[in-house]
Design a protein around this ligand. Structure first.
Ligand code: PLP
Length: 399
């Protein structure tokens, strides 16, 4: 029999599974091309040609022992140094290979850092809405999640509530910008203030509260919006990065953690991340992927494709009367439900529109649309969104 803990987690995954099953059912009835699936954050832009070339070059030019062998749990020193220098060039930081731990995507990195710092029952503050898996990652490390809301419509964190939520047991705060599910980028002012609060509270508590910046969407930003580099605003900041979205490589499982020299207990933190990487069963991030991404550090996928989708979907949905904040990054639109969230998701299904309820992101009363789909899918879905607006937005049907 499976464990009680797993049983609960399996139960909690049922919403996503149900959506998947629903999609299959609707596709069988109406044809796959007539079902508009906005439920999954799987990049729709192929990996850049340079990435595929890099993989081939590594295979052709690296000796088998280096390519296929075990290595330091943190990853290849040369790859980590290249990443550190690339960050220094872009963000005026001062990292070296010592500050970089290669990870199995952002998910691997978050699990590693949480395992490294959390004692049983330590609290981890999550700023809602957030990527729902955080709850599982915190539970994996035997921590307790504490949820703090962001303020709509800007969805910048509510800093007063954040400050009040910090207790003696708070060990970390996780934030994600550009944000899944809102697409919002946390501005410099927010990061500065968050840093000030954490500095003050760490001092009061006599132990560091780590700020974990989860940044898989850093490169996916529009209209030249700047994503401030979080380590500049608070010394105990750890950055989790991933190539899943920026290079469209979610299946390849590659990313890294940045742990600055200034972070409290730096040496032990690095050692703990190495051991966590090993004992969580990753051992090290995949070697082929490490060597390939080293050749593509200044490359990103063609974000103009997502931008075009964003512009169309945002302009049409607001024209139909839906309320949403224009995303600055990532590939999600977070739309306010004009009626009860569950009923709205069901009504959308009647129009063959698959949307994820805000409850999955700890923010009820909204739905998330992942617009990493083809432009054609969006164009074809618009008449259905218009009908959905007429049926659900008060007063709309009388106009
Ligand atoms: N963090 C956020 C905010 C995400 O949206 C995702 C995936 O969608 C992840 C982490 C996990 O990413 P990865 O595929 O790099 O593990």
């Amino acid at each position: 029999m499976i464990s009680k803990r797993m049983k609960d987690m399996v139960g909690a995954s049922s919403a996503i599974r149900a959506m998947f099953e629903e999609g299959k059912k609707l596709s069988a009835i109406y044809g796959k091309e007539n079902v508009y699936d906005f439920s999954l954050g799987n990049p729709s832009v192929p990996a850049p040609e340079k990435v595929n070339k890099a993989f081939k070059e590594v295979l052709e030019n690296t000796d088998d022992i280096t390519l296929h062998g075990y290595m330091n749990n943190s990853g290849f020193e040369s790859v980590r140094q290249s990443i550190a220098l690339n960050l220094n060039k872009r963000f005026d930081t001062n990292f070296s290979f010592k500050n970089i731990v290669m990870t199995v995507g952002a998910a691997g990195g978050l699990n590693v850092i949480l395992r490294a710092i959390i004692n049983p029952d330590d609290e981890v503050i999550l700023i809602a809405p957030f990527f729902g898996e955080y709850l599982n990652y915190v539970a994996n490390a035997y921590g307790k999640s504490v949820i703090v809301p962001a303020n709509p419509p800007t969805f910048q964190p509510d800093l007063d509530t954040l400050e009040r939520a910090i207790s003696k047991k708070t060990k970390a705060v996780i934030f994600n910008s550009p944000n899944n599910p809102t697409g919002v980028v946390y501005d410099e002012n927010t990061l500065k203030k968050m840093g000030e609060i954490l500095k003050k509270k760490s001092k009061e508590n006599n132990q560091a509260i780590y700020l974990i910046a989860d940044e898989p969407y850093r490169e996916l930003v529009y209209d030249n919006v700047e994503v401030p580099y979080a380590t500049k605003y608070y010394e105990n900041t750890i950055v989790g990065y991933s190539y899943s979205k920026s290079l469209s490589l979610p299946g390849e499982r590659i990313g890294y953690l940045v742990i600055p020299d200034e972070a409290e207990d730096f040496e032990n933190l690095i050692s703990a991340c190495n051991v966590a990487t090993r004992i969580l069963g990753f051992v090290n991030a995949p070697s082929l992927q490490q060597l390939a991404i080293e050749k593509c550090l200044d490359t990103t996928t063609d974000i103009s494709v997502y931008d075009k989708n964003r512009e169309l979907l945002y302009s049409k949905l607001t024209e139909y009367g839906f309320e949403c904040t224009k995303p600055q990054g990532a590939f999600y639109l977070f739309v306010k439900c004009p009626i009860d969230e569950k009923q709205f998701v069901e009504k959308a299904k009647e129009h063959r529109l698959l949307l994820v309820g805000g409850k999955s992101f700890a923010c009820e009363g909204y739905v998330r649309l992942a617009y990493c789909v083809s432009y054609d899918t969006i164009v074809k879905s618009l008449p259905e969104f218009e009908k959905l607006a007429i049926e659900t937005i008060k007063g709309k049907s009388n106009k």
